[in-house]
Ligand binder design. Structure first.
Ligand code: MG
Ligand code: ZN
Length: 220
């Protein structure tokens, strides 16, 4: 077995343990992936402010360095644990397992995992999440889904962010959505602006539906 295959096999085993641990506590984990600067933390801040009274939200923040994003999340009103990966460019299941034990989420909690900004290797590392969401801002190229197909194929939902900037950039939303569907016909898509609030209801409805599915499964 190659070293890479051995690392991935070990990660998959730990991810399966995380998934069982989360299911046993009726906790939904959502893995947010994007390139740096797509607006993951801004979307989480806005989500916590808008939905924090309705859903219990906690956050695991992944960055190579600093606790800046975990502090932003706490200022928005949610509990957070920062993981610093040092030279590492993605989160792995064992890091999330340690963070979950520190976070100790109550049953019914929605745990948002903000992955390290990188559209390449986070695609290969299952964290045990219940859903994976790709975030892509209109300030990036609309061809990201076809340039990084492994990532977009592994996601349940793609969110196009910063739609308030659309009048100022050359980004064709329909082309981007078509590219995403060409690599993953099952992917759901949303477009929104954390700044203006446009499109956020669709995201909140998606989160509510994921949480409802989890509690339905627990009572099945
Ligand atoms: Mg961030
Ligand atoms: Zn990596």
């Amino acid at each position: 077995m190659t070293l890479e295959a051995a690392i991935l096999e070990k990660n998959d085993r730990l991810a399966a343990e995380n998934r069982a641990w989360l299911a046993g506590r009726e906790v939904l984990a959502v893995n947010l992936v994007s390139s740096p600067g797509a607006g993951k933390t801004a979307l989480l801040e806005r989500t916590i402010r808008d939905l924090g009274g309705e859903l219990s939200i906690a956050v695991i923040e992944g960055d190579q360095s600093t606790t800046r994003d975990a502090e932003r999340i706490r200022n928005a009103g949610a509990r957070s644990v920062q993981i610093n990966t040092g030279a590492g460019c993605h989160l792995e299941a064992d890091m999330v397992r340690a963070a979950l034990r520190e976070l100790r989420p109550e049953p019914g909690t929605l745990v948002m995992i903000e992955n390290v900004g990188n559209l390449v290797c986070p695609a290969m590392f299952d964290l045990g999440e219940g859903a994976r969401v790709a975030i892509l801002s209109v300030a990036e190229g609309e061809d990201k889904p076809i340039k990084y197909p492994h990532m977009f194929r592994s996601c349940d939902l793609m969110i196009v962010t910063k739609t308030d900037l659309l009048p100022h950039v050359d980004f064709d939303l329909d082309t981007c959505l078509a590219h995403a569907r060409s690599v993953n016909p099952d992917i759901a898509t949303l477009a929104l602006s954390s700044r203006s609030g446009e499109g956020l209801e669709g995201w909140y409805d998606w989160l509510r539906a994921q949480c409802a599915n989890l509690s339905a499964a627990a009572f099945a």
